[in-house]
Design a protein around this ligand. Structure first.
Ligand SMILES: [Zn+2]
Length: 342
């Protein structure tokens, strides 16, 4: 198994503002997790090149790309919680470029899987604006790269505790992209309701799994095994991208979920199962949120360990009462488009 890791000092140069939870120490936490998990020597270390304007314009409007570029070298605030410092534009281009490069490497067969430990995160960035700590939608740009190179089916699985509204918006009408998101709901950014399923040709290819706060390994495991895995296998993507946010961890200060390391390994295991068909194992995972440093270290090790094929212990999948009801709601909403009837 050849697994690559994008990790570069430039990602630490994005400055979202002092006291901001999305801080460079998060990347140190990823490194610590990979080191403590004795994983780093098995990873091919990769250095990013900046994404090109052409790469960005596959997802973003020229106005958005120009607005970000105009902020290079100074401090700019895009919304109450999204700001850029002098080096943020360079970091954002490198983050998107890392995902573009990762997609290229798994498609040309030089690597099987890649983990992109990048900042700033991306999944809230819409085609025309920065929001929610995100400047460019790294994962969406990676998907668009794969589509431009001729792939017909690409899946995105987003397990960040927040809904990936930017990614959803980018592919809302596109049947070539299956977007699956599990997220706390209602919560920031407010989108991601069960009935948001895409429109036009893309109807059914957006799959939202809104979750009440408090769910842990057992509940997530059942939702991913019983809903995400069969939908993903039925779509049978040629490539899987994962929006790997670690803020559904039980210790995260922003999220209200209760995942532990075993749960994160289980989520990646389902992502790999979805990638086991036409994708032939090709998977690119990209860091999104996650704000408790020890949680990030633990979850990174769990996710990357699974990507490397390290053994893991499936979590105790005894879900709390009420989980059946939740899964039934998912089935009712999505069975029209996918084979998930019990
Ligand atoms: Zn998040």
């Amino acid at each position: 198994m050849r697994v690559g890791l994008f990790d570069d000092p430039v990602f630490g140069e994005h400055d979202a503002g002092s006291e901001h939870p999305e801080r460079p120490a998060r990347l140190e936490a990823v490194r610590r997790g990979l080191r403590d998990g004795v994983l780093e020597m098995d990873l091919a270390r990769l250095a990013p090149r900046p994404a090109s304007r052409e790469d960005l314009l596959r997802v973003h409007t020229a106005a958005h790309v120009d607005r970000l570029a105009a902020g290079a070298g100074r401090r700019v605030r895009f919304d109450p919680d999204t700001a850029a410092g002098p080096r943020s534009h360079a970091a954002a281009l490198a983050a998107a470029g890392a995902v573009v490069d990762a997609v290229g490497r798994v498609l040309d067969g030089s690597l099987d899987r890649v983990f992109c430990a990048v900042r700033p995160p991306g999944h809230h960035a819409t085609p025309d604006r920065a929001m929610g700590f995100c400047l460019l939608n790294n994962v969406a740009i990676g998907v668009a790269t794969a589509l431009a190179s001729g792939l017909r089916r690409v899946a995105v699985i987003d397990f960040d505790v927040h809904h990936g509204n930017g990614t959803q918006e980018a592919f809302w009408r596109d049947p070539r992209v299956l977007f699956v998101s599990s997220h706390q709901f209602p919560y920031y950014p407010g989108t991601g309701a069960l009935d948001e399923v895409g429109e036009g040709e893309g109807r059914g290819f957006t799959v939202n799994l809104p979750m009440p706060a408090g769910l842990g390994d057992g509940e997530y495991s059942r939702a991913y095994r019983e809903i995400v895995e069969p939908i993903g296998r039925a779509f049978d993507p040629e490539l899987v991208l994962v929006s790997a946010g670690f803020d559904a961890h039980r210790d995260d200060p922003l999220g209200g979920m209760a995942l532990g390391a075993a749960g994160f390994a289980e989520l990646m295991d389902v992502c790999l199962a979805v990638a086991s068909g036409a994708a032939r194992g090709r998977l690119v995972a990209v860091l999104e949120g996650g704000y408790d440093l020890d949680a990030i270290a633990e979850a990174s090790a769990a996710v990357v360990g699974r990507m490397l094929g390290r053994p893991f212990t499936a979590p105790d999948a005894t879900p709390r009462p009420g989980t059946d009801h939740l899964l039934e709601a998912y089935r009712t909403a999505h069975a029209k488009h996918w084979p998930i009837v019990k």
